[in-house]
Write a protein that binds this ligand. Structure first.
Ligand code: SF4
Length: 652
């Protein structure tokens, strides 16, 4: 038996009902680690090119990271992967919570589901069993009801990843949810699950994968955990909020904030989570405002942004919530405006349903977020389609059959709430029009409306502006799953854990608008993040000191990876994601909307005068990684270096 992982996946065919465990060679894990690394290796190999994303040939994979379930700090994450119905290309989404460790604990490194079930089913897994069970009575239930019903039918300690009604109705903004609101929201993978009539995967298990050097592993984890045992400083956790208040002064100097000392970040995340950042990022010009048309401090000033930020958000906290094995617990269970309980909204939710739509009433934003969580909808995509609809209404672009349905107006939280409800129900009219994302909604309107549809390759852009950090725009533009802030993790190039990888390549992180160096910088950052994600670790850990992930990996597996090999694994994952898209005939680059590129540049505000030089950044990225800039495929020498000759068209 290998160390650090099981070497075992589960193949499920919903058409035939066949469930088959399979052993994988250790080399697959050495090459691709776990999570979406393992996923892209298997999917590229086994999925028929041209598979309909909502048809039987698409393979939907549930993938704990390589370290998930090991007990390493921050290792509780899992990924979902498939061909995305939203972009038509490689789709993956990353999620915290407790489902990933339970799947690992049941004894699997991944579950790969193909086919279409005749009737709704759910997959139940534990240490002894793997079986498909009838789920007709679960169809139509929201996420909370589904989790409760499966717990009642199985065991109180089962962990459930499921779709809500949005996934059942194949909304292309639907995600897959666990823990009552933790969602693998991106790429429309909930629609894939809905099309397969797979309501849920329920996993239960406490097995721990054997470790090569348990003592070394424990020591490395324990000494890192000591960083989290400091006495919290109330002042440190207030720094982002205080910065938002002094930014009117700092703005004059075009201040760029990167994450500060680890303990300040830890205290901030513990107290507020990512909600700490809303007001600050609006002031800095990082958060988009009014569908990317606004200037944060002018159009959504502090008096408004404070209402959907830090102190306001935590006023209703009842208790902290953590993903498995997390020493921080950036989440919380909050009291909802209707008196119920739910998860504290994250920055992306607050920004997408707040300043993007000019809504400042926190209750309305929280209610919208909760509707999305329970329907199983991605709040980023929903926020973007809502803002798009508001702009269309303002500019008179809505066709007659839609324009009289609701009095859509910027900042009207009650109307936005009603619109979100209609999207969640896919109600005929506005709800159905918006339920498949902004690209498809815009296609129904005239040409002028296209410029208001903010997406890359069909995926709605997240709440970090490329004009504020051009590196993040590069990720939106050319990552094989476009329009994702986690593909580059804005600003991460300067973080301490990335330093060895810049040293390895004899480079330094590019300055903020150094377009010539930005491509190589992201070509270093992105493979490291791919490998880091494939371990199942939370990217927030990179803001908090130097997590000893190589030590954990080596103590778990006995492999002896160094930075070069870790980088190579991440590069291989990234290249395979590109190769997947190339095989599907997708371009290597996805155009960004003019507003995101700064064409024309903003006249005032923190990012005034800037236009993104996407061509320089993109060519630097492809050249550094040794990829063909037209297709994203590896050049022959890159394919040889990574052992990926088989992906080249000449070898197929
Ligand atoms: S920091 Fe937050 S998102 Fe990351 S593992 Fe911990 S609780 Fe989960």
């Amino acid at each position: 038996m290998p160390n650090g992982f099981w070497g075992r996946i589960l193949n499920v065919d919903l058409t035939t009902g066949r469930i088959q465990p399979e052993t994988l060679a250790e080399k697959v894990y050495r090459d691709y680690l776990g999570g979406y690394g393992l996923g892209v290796s298997v999917l590229f190999d086994r999925m028929v090119p041209g598979a309909d994303p909502l048809g039987p040939d698409n393979i939907l994979a549930f993938l704990p990271g390589l370290l998930t379930g090991s007990g390493a700090p921050f290792s509780g994450r899992f990924m979902v992967a498939a061909r995305s119905p939203l972009t038509g290309g490689w789709g993956d989404s990353n999620c915290g919570g407790n489902f990933g460790p339970a799947l690992r604990g049941a004894g699997y490194d991944g579950v790969f589901v193909r086919g279409l079930a005749e009737r709704p089913v759910y997959l139940y897994l534990d240490e002894e069993r793997a079986e498909l069970r009838e789920a007709s009575d679960l169809w139509g239930l929201n996420v909370r009801q589904t989790e409760e019903a499966i717990r009642k039918a199985t065991s109180m300690d089962v962990r459930v990843a499921c779709i809500g009604p949005a996934g059942e109705r194949r909304s292309l903004m639907a995600g897959i949810v666990n823990d009552d609101g933790r969602i693998a929201g991106r790429c429309g993978l909930g629609a894939v699950m809905g099309a397969k009539r797979l309501k849920a995967v329920a996993a239960r298990g406490k097995r721990r994968q054997p470790l090569a050097s348990p003592e070394t592993f424990k020591e490395a984890a324990e000494s890192y955990r000591a960083l989290f045992r400091h006495k919290p400083s109330p002042l440190a956790s207030r720094i982002p909020a205080l910065l938002a208040r002094v930014l009117p002064v700092l703005r004059r100097f075009r201040a760029k904030l990167s994450s500060g000392p680890a303990q300040m970040v830890i205290d901030t995340y513990r107290r507020y989570g990512t909600a700490s950042a809303t007001a600050m990022l609006v002031e800095l010009g990082d958060a988009p405002v009014k569908n990317w048309m606004g200037i944060g401090y002018r159009d959504f000033p502090l008096a408004l942004s404070e209402g959907v930020s830090d102190e306001a958000v935590i006023a209703s906290v009842e208790k902290p919530y953590a993903c498995q094995a997390c020493p921080v617990a950036c989440g919380a269970i909050v009291r909802l405006p209707d008196g119920g309980r739910g998860l504290k909204p994250e920055y992306e939710t607050l920004a997408a349903l707040g300043p993007l739509a000019m809504v400042s009433d926190l209750d309305d934003v929280v209610r919208c977020g909760e509707i999305c969580n329970q329907a199983g909808l991605d709040t980023i995509s929903v926020g973007v389609v809502v803002a798009f609809a508001l702009e269309c209404a303002e500019k008179g672009w809505l066709p007659s059959e839609l324009k009289d349905e609701l009095a859509l107006d910027w900042g009207d939280g009650k109307v936005v709430l009603e619109l979100v409800q209609r999207i969640a129900r896919r109600q005929p009219g506005l709800g159905d029009w918006l339920a498949d994302g902004v690209q498809r909604a815009a296609k129904r309107l005239g040409l002028e409306a296209q410029e208001a549809a903010i997406h890359a390759g069909g995926q709605e852009l997240p709440m970090h502006r490329g004009l504020y950090e051009p590196g993040v725009a590069l990720g939106y533009h050319l990552d094989p799953a476009p329009g994702r802030h986690t593909s580059t993790n804005s600003g991460s190039a300067n973080l301490a854990p990335l330093a060895p990888y810049f040293a390895l390549h004899g480079r330094r992180p590019a300055g903020r608008y150094d377009y010539a160096e930005k491509g190589p910088t992201q070509a270093i950052v992105m493979p490291v993040l791919r490998a880091f994600d494939a371990l199942g670790l939370c990217q927030f850990a990179l803001l908090m000191g130097r997590p000893p992930f190589l030590e954990w990996l080596n103590a778990a597996t006995g492999w002896g990876f160094d930075e070069a090999e870790f980088f190579r694994a991440g590069k291989r994952i990234q290249v395979m994601r590109h190769a997947f898209n190339a095989r599907e005939g997708l371009p290597a680059r996805f155009p960004l909307p003019a507003r995101e590129r700064g064409e024309p540049p903003q006249a005032v505000g923190p990012v005034a005068g800037h236009t993104l030089d996407m061509d320089s950044m993109a060519s630097g990225y492809f050249a550094f990684l040794g990829l063909d800039p037209a297709t994203g495929l590896p050049l022959p020498e890159t394919a040889r270096e990574l052992g990926l000759e088989a992906v080249l068209p000449s070898s197929r």
